[in-house]
Design a protein around this ligand. Structure first.
Ligand code: SIN
Length: 310
């Protein structure tokens, strides 16, 4: 048994019949070896689901996927999610390009800052699927933190306090940062950067700034696992608290959640597909590859209204 040092999680591979698993770190993450995602049969797919919920993030190397293949694989997991603020490519409205050009001087990239995807929506996406086409020679990694392990590592007393709290999530702070740190362009984050005043924003973005309130401790709809549902990017307050009251609490929880012991980090290569469960982990992209191009394609799957413990 290779238990995480906290004793709260075991990221060991389970014995599957259709592929092998190589755990990435003690806290979470695993490589799936021996599958072609274009031809996964139902039995293998069931094992992939189990591996995803167990390891929180799984990835597969050396895939040769067209946009249609990525769409078809994504649809095995359910309906596509509502677009948060990116848009799809011609002919594939649910496949969203994440491209940073080599000469883009922005000091912020899409996915900067620890976050769970689009929690400002009433029904945030359940899963995110990201496929790499071109990656820089170094840098451009993605890092994840296991929010179920972070929850399990808290004291009973603190968990009891958190169990009643609701987090207010909003796009507000990302919009402000994009306006100052990103070069306006046609890219998703470049479009945010190009907006200059709240009244310039289309109605769908105004709704995302107003945001949504969700339970801080979330119960996974399939496995029943409990996890912290909070982040450092979109969580702007706690319902019913003043800013002065909620800020130190959010600071403690997000620092606890994103400590290195709870993380894993992926070095991308062209042909790598990674997917993660936004209900069980948070993640962050690095902007450390200036002078190099990075091209990935993202799909997100529809989620449910987050459920609290009670
Ligand atoms: C994201 O936050 O979904 C993007 C992650 C990445 O580009 O590494």
């Amino acid at each position: 048994m290779h238990l995480h040092p906290t004793g709260q999680f075991n990221n060991d591979a389970r014995p599957y019949r259709h592929f092998t698993v190589r755990p990435l770190a003690a806290a979470m993450g695993a490589e799936i070896v021996g599958v072609d995602l274009r031809t996964v049969q139902d039995a293998a797919f069931g094992e992939l689901q189990d591996a995803l919920y167990h390891h929180k993030m799984i990835y597969v190397r050396d895939q040769m996927l067209t946009h249609s293949d990525q769409e078809a694989f994504s649809q095995r997991w359910g309906q596509f999610a509502e677009d948060a603020y990116t848009s799809g490519i011609a002919g594939h409205p649910n496949v969203h390009p994440l491209i940073k050009e080599a000469d883009d001087p922005s000091t912020m990239v899409f996915g900067s800052g620890w976050h769970t995807d689009s929690p400002f929506l009433p029904k945030p996406p359940s899963l995110t699927i990201l496929y790499a086409v071109e990656v820089p020679p170094w840098g451009g990694d993605t890092i994840w933190a296991n929010s179920a392990l972070a929850y399990a590592s808290l004291s009973d007393t603190y968990r009891k306090i958190l169990s009643k709290l609701q987090v207010h999530f909003s796009l507000r702070d990302v919009l402000r940062s994009a306006q100052s740190a990103v070069k306006p362009s046609d890219s998703p984050i470049g479009k945010l950067a190009a907006t200059r005043a709240l009244h310039d924003l289309p109605e769908h973005l105004q709704r995302k700034i107003e945001g949504s309130v969700h339970p801080l401790v979330r119960v996974h709809p399939v496995t029943g696992e409990r996890a912290l549902y909070v982040d450092d990017t979109y969580a702007v307050g706690i319902a019913g608290m003043t800013l002065e009251e909620s800020a130190p609490l959010l600071k403690f929880i997000t620092e606890h959640l994103t400590q290195p012991a709870f993380t894993c980090r992926l070095r991308w290569a062209a042909g790598t597909l990674a997917m993660w469960d936004n209900r069980l982990c948070v993640h962050q992209a690095f902007n450390d590859y200036a002078g190099h191009r990075r091209e990935l394609y993202r799909t997100t799957m529809a989620g449910e209204v987050p459920q609290s413990i009670a």
